[in-house]
Design a protein around this ligand. Structure first.
Ligand code: ADP
Ligand code: 5GP
Length: 390
């Protein structure tokens, strides 16, 4: 298990029980997980991207591929290894709703990425106090009415839902806006970004590249909204394998003829593109309705009836829009310096000057990289018991 975390003064030499001596810079921490020591907080070295790893088994430094958005400023933080697969990072001098981060070092997601990249990989995930509802993945053949249904939801519940704006290499349609409907991009740029690990999922659809960036999902979660993803069946399969824990909805047309009619009536594609989309629709309908991938399959015959069913699935029956409640916890300031200790699923934030303890409760932790780690609770307690009832 890991060494006790510590914050070191500028260029001090830190020694570890595994015999390692490290030269540390100001605001860096070193946390041991297994054979590896993760030095977090490097800001002056572009190659390290905030994290470098000393591998005791090889005696070498490794600069990993760093996925996800890392915390902006490392002006002091404390760390603690958790379950041998991630490191908890709590920033000093911040607020309770903006201080918790996780560096995943060996979670399932990171293990998968290590295979994919054939390099050492670590992934950042920001901790979110409280719980936001599960994201929704909507798939279905082109022209079935996904966009129409999503627009209805976004119009009726603007503060509750946020749309995950995908990247695509296809050209914008007449009324489409860059950054609103899609991030329109070039294939070579998108391929580079995929290689750099910026995408939660991507797929070639109807001859173009489409993908959901990790940032697209994070932006929605940070606004305290429930994320809606409009992606194809291949993308849905990738998301199902990720830690996003979404609800998967597949939309079917009442008939193939009706699908064709809608696609033509929309008037946004050339005859050649319509042909390609209809051909692909057959396979998509087969996969969508038979793979067991989707939690709900809806037939979009009568639009209002389909929308009502979608709202039912999302527990919106009879509800009107409201400011989303992401947390029942009060926001408060953290001390400038503290140490961490662990008691079962609770992390105690111990400041030498404070009488009260701050408790971070991880017992309802959900999600993780890519995206956000949700379900955290943080509160202040006067209690000083030894039985963990903080
Ligand atoms: P998608 O996003 O799945 O490609 P759209 O939402 O753009 O599909 O819908 C395709 C066309 O079908 C649009 O012109 C839309 O107005 C129309 N449409 C959507 N749902 C229905 C429905 N239930 N009945 C008739 N037309 C519909
Ligand atoms: P369109 O070109 O009509 O906007 O979208 C074509 C198809 O691409 C639709 O099936 C849509 O769901 C899918 N799509 C849109 N964005 C993404 C994405 O980010 N990832 C994946 N895998 N598919 C997407």
């Amino acid at each position: 298990m890991g060494e006790a975390p510590a914050l070191f003064a500028d260029d001090s030499l830190a020694s570890f029980s595994n015999g390692l001596h490290l030269k540390m810079h100001e605001f860096e921490t070193a946390t041991v997980v297994g054979n590896k020591t993760y030095v977090i907080g490097t800001t002056d070295d572009a190659t390290s991207n905030g994290v470098r790893i000393f591998d005791k088994s090889t005696g070498e430094w490794v600069f990993p591929t760093v996925l996800g958005t890392q915390p902006k400023a490392f002006n002091g933080h404390s760390t603690m290894p958790l379950n041998n697969d991630k490191i908890l990072i709590i920033k000093h001098n911040s607020n309770s709703n903006d201080c918790v981060w996780f560096l995943e070092v060996d979670t399932q997601f990171v293990q998968d990425q290590k295979v994919k990249f054939d390099t050492e990989v670590v992934a950042w995930s920001k901790g979110v106090i409280g719980d936001t509802e599960r994201p929704i993945v909507i798939s279905g053949p082109s022209g079935v009415g996904k966009g129409t249904l999503i627009n209805m939801l976004m119009k009726d519940y603007p503060t509750m839902f946020g749309f995950s704006v995908s990247h695509t290499t296809r050209k914008p349609r007449e009324k489409e806006e860059n950054g609103v409907h899609y991030h329109f991009t070039e294939r070579n740029v998108m391929e580079e970004e995929i290689k750099a690990g910026k995408f939660l999922e991507f797929a070639a659809v109807h001859g173009n590249l489409y993908g959901t960036s990790i940032e697209a999902v994070e932006v929605v979660a940070d606004a305290g909204k429930r994320c809606i993803l409009d992606i194809d069946v291949q993308g849905a399969r990738s998301v199902r394998a990720s830690s996003l824990e979404a609800i998967f909805v597949f939309i079917c047309p009442p008939s193939f003829e009706e699908l064709e009619k809608r696609l033509r009536a929309r008037g946004t594609e050339t005859e050649e593109q319509i042909g390609k989309r209809l051909k692909n629709a057959k396979a998509e309908l087969d996969q969508g309705t038979s793979s067991g991938l989707f939690d709900h399959i809806l037939v979009n015959d009568d639009l209002e009836a389909c929308y009502a069913r979608l709202k039912e699935i999302l527990n919106l029956d009879g509800k009107t829009d409201a400011i989303p409640k992401t947390s029942t916890d009060e926001v408060f300031a953290l001390p400038t310096d503290f140490s961490l200790s662990k008691f079962h699923e609770k992390i105690l934030i111990n400041s030498p000057n404070a009488h009260q303890k701050i408790v971070l409760d991880l017992s309802c932790i959900k999600g993780g990289a890519p995206g956000r780690t949700r379900g955290l609770s943080m509160y202040i307690t006067d209690s000083n018991t030894d039985d963990g009832n903080f």
